[in-house]
Design a protein around this ligand. Structure first.
Ligand code: IDP
Ligand code: MG
Length: 149
C-alpha cells in the first residue's frame, strides 16, 4: 500500500467543495489516514512549492495558497499516488479529462482546486511538511475485502 498527499486548495474550501472532494476519494476506496485544516504561511508555501521557485507564476502561487485555509489529506491505497493524480486531472482544468476533479470544478490553471503529489518521493516529502508522524493514523477497515481482491 502506498500513501499520497492531497490538499484542497483555498478556492476549493471557499467554494464549499471540501465535502464533495473528500467524498470522491472515500467512494473510490482510498483510505483517509490523515486529515486537517490549516492556513499555510509563507515559509511552508515556499518549501512545498520549492521546485517552482523562479518561475513566473511562483509569486502568485504562494499568494494563492496562503490566501485562505486549506484541507490537507493523506490517502492510502494501492498505487495511491497515481490514482489520486488521475482523479484530479491535468494541471489546467480546461485541459483536464472530463469527470476529473479539476475538470469538474475548475476554470483556471491558477485556481485549480486541488493539489496531489506527483511521485512517491514527493508524497513522502509533502506528507512530512504538513503532518507530524503522530498525526497520521493506521487502522484496518472491515470492508477492505470488498475494495481489494
Ligand atoms: P500540479 O499541481 O498539477 O502538479 P505543477 O506544475 O506542479 O502542477 O504546478 C503547481 C501549481 O502551480 C499548479 O497546481 C497551479 O496551481 C500552479 N501553476 C502551475 N502552472 C501555472 C501557470 O502557468 N500559471 C498559473 N499557475 C500555475
Ligand atoms: Mg506538482
Amino acid at each position: 500500500m502506498e500513501r499520497t498527499y492531497a490538499m484542497i486548495k483555498p478556492d476549493g474550501v471557499q467554494r464549499g467543495l471540501v465535502g464533495e472532494i473528500i467524498s470522491r476519494f472515500e467512494k473510490k476506496g482510498l483510505k483517509i489516514v490523515g486529515l486537517k485544516m490549516l492556513q499555510i504561511r509563507g515559509e511552508m508555501a515556499e518549501t512545498h512549492y520549492g521546485e517552482h521557485k523562479g518561475k513566473p507564476f511562483f509569486g502568485p502561487l504562494v499568494d494563492y495558497i496562503t490566501s485562505s485555509p486549506v484541507v490537507a489529506l493523506v490517502l492510502e491505497g494501492k498505487d495511491a499516488v497515481s490514482v489520486a493524480r488521475e482523479m484530479m486531472g491535468a494541471t489546467n482544468p480546461l485541459k483536464a479529462a472530463p469527470g476529473t476533479i479539476r475538470a469538474t470544478y475548475g476554470m483556471d490553471i491558477g485556481r485549480n482546486v486541488i493539489h496531489g503529489s506527483d511521485s512517491t518521493a514527493s508524497a513522502e516529502r509533502e506528507i512530512n511538511i504538513f503532518f507530524k508522524p503522530e498525526e497520521l493514523t493506521s487502522y484496518k477497515r472491515e470492508l477492505e475485502a470488498w475494495i481489494y481482491e
